[in-house]
Ligand binder design. Structure first.
Ligand code: ATP
Ligand code: ATP
Ligand code: MG
Ligand code: MG
Lengths: 251, 251
């Protein structure tokens, strides 16, 4: 009850937003109450959920222009969102000298943690103050890893950052799991990445692999998650199976 | 003579690094002297060029621990690199209060601009102080756009940021061109994105489209550019054709 997860990886385009949405909606479909948090100035999660009209956001929340209740909007049955806005990209400078700047998000989310079964944060592709806020607020970090060479290079850097946050800011943080995304069995490159990731993360690697599936890239156009847009697709099957693994491990 | 370009797009995974390397090497192959600058803490460009052993970097340059001559290393004939390191990810805070922080890179690169035909900067997936430094230092910004819905959403935001930098910091900055990456003719989604991008950028859109080609993702494993790794591939053809268009427009 009441877990806070972050989907984070400073490599860009690896499936953080796609996973936040489809793990969030998938866990909601397993009879859970879920809050998603869009912490990326690009607002891709907010766009993918088809949400365009809102007053407050993660930006107003972090700069204390709104409280947590005012910042949450209901998307659908048992699925809620704190949307984002482009102003977030100025956060580094705006809160750079605020004392305890790393704890601002944690302090806000802790007050509503008991009301949700899962709170899931979509992080930007960076290791700045927004991602640090997400890691400090989280119980577990989930790492989507694109099945490509450049995406694998950053693995050890992420592990270093997690260790540092764990030592100094959030002792209970741990890697909740790692999973491969955009996997295409026909590509030799993808298969060799799987071996490298197994070697680096061992039993943290989920059994489920998210295959490359164009339906996952099409679904956001109409603001729907994969289960609504293409319920029989590989994408829907893979994310359902990943949600089952997560729910078994964290319920 | 002596153009400075930035490959920038705050959307992650759209092909900024892949393009910086293969446009840089492609222009070098057309008898130009080229300097590449890795401004991304992930150091993907540095890794893609197979460079592992270096003293200085764009981080030491921006924090004035090294001068420009000490920060440049020669990769191969007429191709040079300023590598990057993870410490770059702390730049927002480290130079956040330095006066004229947006001009640090420009002041360094201007002193060597005449020695190169092209200087090309690989930007991180963000709109922070590193990308602003790159845009202030540049004559032209080149936008790789992944042929997917989420990547297209950010187009108007990028145009806004460019306008702001042009008004306040660098009046000569302009969009040098826009090109589609990872394009797969079979996907309806990719074809509809092409229409949207044409509508938004008009004649700034290059004729060349970079097709989805696994050789482009494999080449970095061995630290080679696409012309060395798979000279007859779609990827090599497409980037050669893009380089021709760029060289005709800016020579
Ligand atoms: N398994 C998949 N198969 C096919 N396309 C996918 C898959 N997962 C994600 N995509 C698409 O790939 C692109 C990148 O995914 P997404 O935007 O979720 O990554 P991200 O890590 O959130 O990116 P950023 O670093 O910009 O935040 C998107 O266009 C998305 O629709
Ligand atoms: N045309 C292409 N066809 C196939 N794969 C590609 C193509 N262009 C890039 N890639 C691969 O897609 C991934 C993303 O590309 P790249 O890392 O160059 O993007 P980026 O915009 O620099 O990412 P980031 O936002 O993390 O800096 C890489 O694994 C790269 O090898
Ligand atoms: Mg995202
Ligand atoms: Mg890159």
């Amino acid at each position: 009850m009441g877990y806070i997860f972050s989907l984070s990886n400073h490599k860009g385009g690896v499936g953080k937003t796609t996973s936040t949405l489809n793990i969030g909606a998938g866990l909601r479909n397993l009879e859970n109450k879920v809050l998603l948090v869009d912490l990326d100035p690009q607002s891709n999660l907010t766009q993918s959920m088809g949400i365009t009209d809102y007053q407050n956001s993660s930006y107003t929340l972090l700069t204390k222009r709104s409280n947590i209740e005012e910042s949450i909007i209901q998307h659908s049955d048992n699925l809620f969102l704190i949307p984002s806005e482009l102003n977030l990209s100025g956060m580094e400078i705006e809160i750079g000298s605020v004392p305890e700047k790393e704890f601002i998000l944690k302090n806000s989310l802790d007050s509503v943690k008991k009301e949700f079964d899962y709170i899931i944060i979509d992080c930007p592709p960076a290791l700045g103050v927004l991602t640090i806020n997400a890691l400090v607020a989280s119980d577990r970090i989930f790492l989507p890893i694109q099945s490509e060479y450049l995406a694998v290079q950053g693995m050890s850097k992420i592990s270093d950052v997690i260790e540092k946050v764990k030592e100094r800011l959030n002792p209970s943080l741990d890697i909740g799991g790692v999973f491969l995304t955009q996997f295409d069995q026909r590509r030799v490159l993808n298969r060799s990445v799987l071996e490298a990731v197994k070697g680096h993360f061992g039993d943290k690697l989920f059994n489920t692999i998210i295959r490359d599936n164009v339906a996952l890239a099409e679904a956001p156009v109409s603001g729907r998650n994969i289960y609504e847009y293409a319920p029989k697709s590989y994408g829907a099957d893979d994310y359902r199976s990943l949600c089952k693994e997560i729910a078994e491990k964290y319920s």
